[in-house]
Design a protein around this ligand. Structure first.
Ligand code: BGC
Ligand code: BGC
Length: 795
């Protein structure tokens, strides 16, 4: 299967909508609920709802962060939920080492507060949500599975179900009963920083994986196991189209058609709903310029209408604050658009007051609030939370034998083995374990690196192997295999050796990241250090097996050319020893585990993701004998950073420079621009007319990432408009002078400022123009339109 059109790739700026798009609910599939309504349960919900005060209802639709809400706040405000976001730990000074019992104690305290009726209120058990996205991955000592990108490569859906089961068990040990998982995005641009959280670029794989992992997490609908012992409430996220944004920008704008949204990007939700998923999370992306979080058409008409979803819709982290006219502490529009629970980590108190006031004023219809609360109560009752037992006394609460148990780790190790995709092998693999094996690269003995983002900390950084008790690095596994067979294994991060080894395994790849921190401008994997190690070993006549850790396919032609074998290992998690299981034979030379992984993402031949080197479904086994021709490694013609934007309207790479301005293109796509002074000169982008009226009305701003190297000697204008003489010129002299020298900063100028200076925003041909009569030197990188920056017009 081909990675479809990657034409928008070259753009950085999600240049948006000429017109807002209309949603047509009637063209979306009409689904039957997988979980039948239970009349007795519904009656209990209604009875409870009738007894609740307005204040209690407002509390029920709020989810605050454990870092900002105390048990007494839960009691006072009757909040319905808490979450620990990435890096939100219970109590302990160094939260990175918080233990299951610390989670459990806090879960008990919140529970007790939610059940306290001393103020005459209702006892409604609180629900705690957590990002257990590859195992119970925030908690030290949990079994950490490969990230979803690796699981997609296994094509083993039963294994994916089993992983859901184990994740649920380990969550129950810590008293947490709601998992913000799975991510069911269908990734269509690998520059997206969340690619690794997704199973595939292929909707069918995503649909099946979603269905199966939810069966594991929640149990099978219409069976007693459903939301029974050891299960958690699942959450398919992020609805809708997070994997379809222009340029792969996190929280960006999707400009695909409604058909593509339905036929490609909604696939995971169909699988999730078929398995009775009880909650969905509303995405931070927009579609043709309209925030999903504000789209009643998608949330109510499509999801709650056509799809028959009767569970609860939680907004992503402060997503409501991104709706025009809203702030984190105030947003009737989100509830009115169909969000049932606000994820409002810090500003929950203000939000509570505002919801109460807005219901009183009629801005939020009481019926809408009731509907939201009813959905929340329904999910809590279905999940069995109303049984009057605190988390530590629920089945499995505090049962540490289950936490990171050998049996669970064995499943993770199997998942590692099955996720590995062999891309090249000239015979260097498999390796006999009784050899002299050198293990090199900064990923060899580095569990945080092999686990990736969303592991203990949000970004997956700031940890060491110490945070993975019971786990193993890739080196640990190789050493055990080799030493167990009487061979010799040496760890040498920089690849230097004294005795020439028979073979070298070099482990390298991306360092951990999460969300937008992982967005990239190109898919070129640039790592001179590791390339040097590989090349030095080759030059010394040592066969090289490269093991590549990454959250996505990347352009690695140089590494492929110089390696005898190349394994895409994705982000395998805590059980690094699964790698040696496949790389090494039994002592007698018999293959113990062959490669089974197949690409669930097309592997790129060029940095533009426009041509496949290894197609979707590719993956060698030990039976294959294929030779790989030398691959092109030339990067000329590829602007690695692409300063600019287009969305079909303004061509990419079109930064023009007036004669006299010295221009120097730097690695990373940055530019150094030196104005000589002595006459007006400009640097600009020009193209076919595009309308930015909607963006202007939405409060978007033109943002440029800039470093001032020498200060302007004369006023500087930033302009946007229809050419040299009809553009809106905004004076940005003081903005630039306010920046520290030689440091990267972003300056924002709201689009309305250009309009106020006379630019016709309905037909912009020059979306960017900087000019001055004086001298100055600037370094320039991304230029884009950003939402919601409330700065003034340049002064
Ligand atoms: C992410 C979600 C996550 C939430 C809570 C958000 O920023 O987009 O995937 O569930 O944070 O940590
Ligand atoms: C949280 C994440 C969240 C992110 C969004 C972080 O501080 O830990 O869970 O997704 O903020 O801003």
């Amino acid at each position: 299967m081909m990675k479809r059109v990657m034409v928008i790739l070259s753009l950085l700026l999600s240049f948006a909508p000429l017109t807002a798009q209309t949603v047509h609910p009637e063209v979306w599939p009409s689904l039957q609920p997988a979980v039948p309504r239970d009349a007795r349960l519904e009656k209990r919900v209604d009875d409870l709802l009738r007894r609740m005060t307005l204040e209690e209802k407002a509390g029920q639709v709020i989810q605050a962060s454990i870092t900002s809400v105390k048990p007494e706040d839960i009691r006072t405000y009757h909040l319905g939920s808490v979450l620990n976001g990435g890096g939100g730990f219970p109590g302990a000074a160094d939260g990175r080492n918080a233990k299951p019992k610390d989670y459990l104690a806090l879960a008990d305290a919140y529970y007790a507060a939610s059940m306290d009726t001393s103020d005459g209120g209702q006892a409604i058990p609180i629900i705690w949500g957590s990002d257990a996205v590859h195992g119970h991955s925030n908690v030290v000592g949990a079994t950490i599975f490969p990230h979803n990108i690796g699981l997609g490569a296994t094509r083993n859906f039963d294994l994916i179900r089993r992983i859901g089961e184990i994740t649920a068990l380990e969550m129950n040990v810590t008293g947490i009963q709601w998992d913000f998982s799975p991510v069911v995005a269908v990734t269509r641009d690998d520059r997206w920083g969340r690619t690794y959280e997704t199973y595939s670029e292929d909707p069918e794989i995503v649909r099946m994986a979603a269905a199966k992992v939810l069966e594991g997490l929640q149990g099978t609908p219409r069976t007693p196991a459903f939301l029974g012992r050891g299960k958690v409430v699942g959450c398919a996220k992020h609805f809708l189209g997070d994997g379809s944004t222009a340029g792969g920008k996190d929280q960006g704008d999707s400009v695909v058609s409604e058909e593509e949204l339905r036929d490609v990007h909604a696939a995971g939700y169909l699988g999730a709903l078929q398995s009775g998923v009880q909650t969905l999370m509303v995405s931070q992306n927009s579609w043709h310029g309209v925030e999903l979080a504000a789209s009643r058409a998608f949330l109510v008409d499509v999801l709650k209408g056509r799809f028959g979803f009767d569970g609860m819709l939680v907004g992503d982290w402060n997503v409501h604050g991104q709706i025009p006219g809203c702030s984190n502490g105030n947003c009737a529009a989100a509830l009115n658009a169909g969000i049932d629970m606000f994820m409002v980590p810090d500003d929950w108190k203000a939000l509570h007051g505002n919801i109460v006031a807005q219901v009183k004023s009629g801005e939020i219809p009481m019926a809408r609030l009731d509907d939201a609360v009813r959905r929340i109560l329904r999910v809590k009752m279905r999940a069995g939370l109303f049984t009057n037992v605190k988390p530590s006394q629920r089945p499995l609460g505090g049962d540490l034998r289950l936490f990171g148990s050998p049996a669970h780790r064995a499943v993770a190790r199997q998942a590692v083995r099955e996720s590995l995709v062999l891309l090249k092998n000239d015979g260097a693999l498999p390796i006999r374990p009784n050899r002299n094996v050198l293990v090199a690269g900064d990923g060899a003995h580095n569990i945080p690196k092999q686990a990736g983002g969303w592991t203990v900390t949000w970004q997956g950084t700031g940890t060491t192997n110490e945070q993975f008790p019971g786990g193993s690095s890739i080196w640990d596994g190789i050493r055990a295999a080799v030493e167990g067979a009487g061979g010799r294994a040496t760890l040498s991060a920089d690849g230097k050796f004294e005795t020439k080894p028979d073979v070298a395994v070099v482990v390298f790849g991306e360092n951990p990241y999460a969300e937008w921190e992982g967005d990239r401008r190109t898919i070129v994997y640039d790592d001179p250090q590791s390339l040097l190690i590989v090349r030095r070993l080759r030059a010394a006549g040592v066969p090289v097996v490269s093991v590549f850790l990454s959250g996505r396919p990347l352009w690695v032609n140089r590494f492929l050319n110089d390696s005898n074998a190349f394994v895409a290992a994705w982000l395998p998690g805590s059980e690094g020893n699964g790698v040696a299981d496949v790389l090494f034979t039994a002592p007698d030379g018999a293959v113990r585990h062959d490669f089974r992984g197949k690409l669930a993402f097309t592997w790129p031949k060029s940095p533009l993701q426009d041509e496949a080197l290894f197609p979707f479904g590719f993956g060698l086994t030990y039976a294959d004998r294929v030779s790989l021709p030398a691959l092109p490694v030339d990067l000329t013609g590829v602007d690695p950073g692409r300063v600019f934007f287009s969305a079909g309207h303004v061509e990419p790479n079109e930064l023009r420079v007036d004669a006299g301005v010295a221009r120097q293109d730097e690695a990373g796509g940055r530019l150094v621009l030196a104005w000589p002074g002595g006459g007006r000169r400009a640097v600009f982008i020009e193209g076919k007319p595009v309308s930015l009226t909607l963006e202007t009305n939405m409060g978007k701003a033109l943002a440029m990432h800039v470093m001032v190297e020498s200060r302007p000697t004369q006023p500087v204008s930033l302009s946007m408009g229809c050419g040299e003489l009809c553009g809106g010129d905004v004076d940005v002299t003081s903005l630039l002078n306010g920046l520290p020298l030689n440091q990267w900063r972003t300056i924002h100028v709201p689009l309305r400022c250009f309009a106020a200076k006379g630019a016709d925003m309905s037909r912009v041909t020059t979306p960017f123009r900087v000019s001055t009569e004086g001298a100055m030197t600037l370094r320039l990188a991304d230029i884009e339109l950003l939402a919601g920056t409330n700065t003034d017009c340049g002064r």
